[in-house]
Design a protein around this ligand. Sequence first.
Ligand code: TEU
Ligand code: CA
Length: 554
Amino acid sequence: MSVTEKAWWKEKIIYQIYPRSFNDSNGDGIGDLRGIISKLDYLKNLGVDIIWICPIYQSPNDDNGYDISDYRAIHPEFGSLEDLEELLKGLHDRGMKLIMDLVVNHTSDEHDFFKASRSSLDNSYRDYYIWKKPKPDGSPPTNWMSFFGGSAWEYDEASKEYYLHLFTKKQPDLNWENPKVRSEIYDIINFWLDKGIDGFRLDVIPLISKRPDYPDATQDTFPKVIEQIYSNGPKVHDYIKEMIDKSFSKYDVMTVGEGPGINKDVALQYIGNDRKELNLIFHLDHMYLGQGENGKYTPTPYNLLDVKRIFNEWDKAIGDEGWISIFMDNHDFPRMVSRFGNDGQYRVKSSKLMCMLILTLRGTPCIYQGSEIGMTNVAFKSMSEYRDVETINFYHEQKKLGMSEEEFLVMANEHGRDNARTPMQWSDEKNAGFSSSDKCWINVNPNYTNINVEACQQDENSVLAFYKTMIKLRKQVDTFVYGQYEELSKGHNTLYIYRRWDDSSEYIICLNFSAIEINIASYLPNTATCVLTNYTSTSTNQLRAWEAKLLRIN
Ligand code: TEU
Ligand code: CA
């Protein structure tokens, strides 16, 4: 058994903050940096180590900050550079770390680079972006669809050319073939690393190298288009290696790539111990489950067997040769207790079950804000409550095809990214204690009155209490970090039982993803001690409804 190389970014726990929705310090209804600063002791007390904050740079907010118009300026809504430096110091003083979001596949169309690029065909910034002539019939250069619906090409009347935008038309893709673009990006990275941040989450990094022949997409599902057309282009590793060499390699920092399109067969090219590229990735194979021909709004069925298959295949493919993160939701996907758990009668139990899952699988756990109190999806009653450009764009697309608002609302309620973007629920006070404003940028989930941090802090059996216990346990037991992994319940469509072991100890984690009690004696050795369960009483070999049980094998 090869010993996995030790590293701080393997042992620590990431907590993801969507700043817009975390805590509003100045009453404008928008979360901000000073709001995060006032919650540092809460985060320290939770036990998390690395705080990843989504983009806080200057942006027109077409995609809530993932459309950057100035990479070195903090958006005034979030605060100032001094606030960011105070947040960084506050984290470092508590022995915690900060990683920021690096969005360099594209900029905002309001970035100076793009304003210059679009100004004329012969402008020196023209080839900072990807401009192509129309096909002879005037149609876009390829049939590529944007992640957010519609064509990935926008026609520019002035120059009679199209520019590429794999996301919204206000997010033009940068041309990484251009060494001047790459050099600008390395300067941006070094600007922030010199400020002492502890690394970056690299947004859609597999997309940065485009296939030079710009082939039309022929795949039958959008995830396959991402994998085979948009991601893993011919120079992606040249670019990542050069980026690491020109910036990250000079610091003891963490690089975690967001990996749309990275499948288990190419993953080690990005994260292999010997590759000197990224430290780890957030792969999205389990997140993309259910995304059909045009993505999430053309849904296809899936179940727990698919999720387990993906986790097993990835663990087999990566083993000790690389590293990934373990997460089950973030700001782009529905809340995990609603999607994979049971956010009704078994909300508390299944929230604790999801906690045990992400903290005992092999990989760096990433907890998304609000998961620690069992926050759920939100059932907005009208499309006017939605804020996410992806949801709104797809709504307009489906409306053109005849779908009614009521019909689309059902899908938006289930799949929309705003499910994860409603304000953090701190208390049962106005706006869940998130803001003193009369109007927040997005409505608070009405269930804040009983799902909130304060309520959890009064209850020793709360989801929050369970997260603290499970986080402590994970930090005491190296086996959960560096140990091997094997599923014991393959083929079972509601049980997920797996073991983790190394030379020092062995544990079996038993998760019942259903409300049906089941006997699991056949999966267990005789000598097992129950270390933790999400029930207040222990049981024998019965796994009760949505029960999560951590057993130590003596
Ligand atoms: O997400 C890229 C990505 O893969 C997601 O867009 C995901 O496929 C989609 O949202 C599922 O609905 C990153 C950021 O996380 C996301 O917030 C940005 O919108 C996107 O890139 C563009 O920067
Ligand atoms: Ca604010």
